[in-house]
Design a protein around this ligand. Structure first.
Ligand code: GA4
Length: 282
């Protein structure tokens, strides 16, 4: 791990750390060990050699830019984001906002996981986030402190699901939070995928894997486009700490719950709230 000295920006500690990049073409047991280590340490890693053809990704990126370049009225024809469709600036249902516009898709989990049709399913989500450039007017020209007033596109939060796979264009903005509250900017790499642990996986590993808090800032000059797939179980799935993760010194941290119950709680809270706290053992 290479750590440069921290920078202080508007009261926030920014750390330049080389986050784990895992080559999926490597030897299988080595790859899984690296994934486990990254999930324990950061709840975050990048993967390269993921096998998704570059031309498919490039086509998606192009189509996404084409969509967001349309007029507001045209974009709204995609439907309202309270189900699946287009949304602008509003995040969730409890007043959170950000400098982002997005398109939510509903993916069919049956075709992805080839699960039995008898399981009651929840449509898993795919999301396009477009962060338009937000020029910064720095009034404090004489100040010796760095002029970094980047606006928040998507505020600090953890993802409620099991894990998230995210790909962005070559514009930075994603930052992850470390335990001590410092923020680490993720270097953009359009050829890689970012993977982050969500709340459910933290619960399923009795806290061994960290549901990483993260946020996305806008760039002053360029558009940032990210595509995220949120892997979630069926609505009726029972999320419980597996017995092999429980020891006398590490008792179960969370009570069993269903994804439906957790999802309901997540949507009732604010973006930055900690949802797992509601499911802790008494
Ligand atoms: C964070 C991860 C996904 O983007 C998302 C978000 C969802 C939304 O934007 O509507 C949530 C947010 C996310 C976490 C808590 C709830 C739900 C906004 C919010 C306040 C689509 C998701 O599944 O959870």
């Amino acid at each position: 791990m290479v750590v440069a000295s921290p920078t202080q920006i508007h009261g926030e500690k920014l750390l330049a750390i080389e986050l784990p990049v895992i080559d999926l073409s490597g030897e299988r047991s080595m790859v899984s060990n690296l994934i486990v280590k990254a999930c324990e340490e950061y709840g975050f890693f990048k993967v390269k050699n993921h096998g998704v053809p570059h031309d498919i990704i490039a086509k998606m990126e192009n189509e996404s830019f084409n969509f967001f370049a349309k007029t507001f009225d045209e974009k709204q024809k995609a439907g309202l984001a309270n189900s699946f469709g287009y949304g602008c600036k509003n995040i969730g249902f409890n007043g959170d906002t950000g400098e982002v516009e997005y398109l939510l898709f509903n993916t069919n989990p049956l075709s992805i996981a080839e699960r039995s049709k008898t399981i009651s399913n929840d449509p898993t989500e795919f999301r396009l986030n477009h962060y338009p450039p937000m020029p910064i007017l720095c009034k404090n020209k004489d100040s010796s402190s760095p002029c970094n007033h980047n606006k928040v596109g998507f505020g600090e939060h953890s993802d409620p699901q099991i894990l998230t796979i995210l790909r962005s264009n070559d514009v930075g903005g994603l930052q992850i939070s470390l335990n001590d509250g410092a923020w680490v900017p993720v270097t953009p790499d359009p050829t890689a995928f970012c993977v982050n642990v969500g709340d459910l996986l933290q619960a399923m590993t009795n806290g061994r894997f960290v549901s990483v808090r993260h946020k996305a800032l806008t760039n002053s000059y360029k558009s940032r486009m990210s595509m995220a797939y949120f892997a979630a179980p069926p609505l009726n799935a029972r999320i419980a700490v597996p017995p092999e993760m429980v020891t006398p010194i590490k008792p179960a941290l969370y009570r069993p719950f269903s994804w439906a119950e957790f999802k309901k709680a997540a949507f009732a809270l604010r973006l930055g709230d900690s949802r797992l706290g509601l499911f802790m053992m008494e």
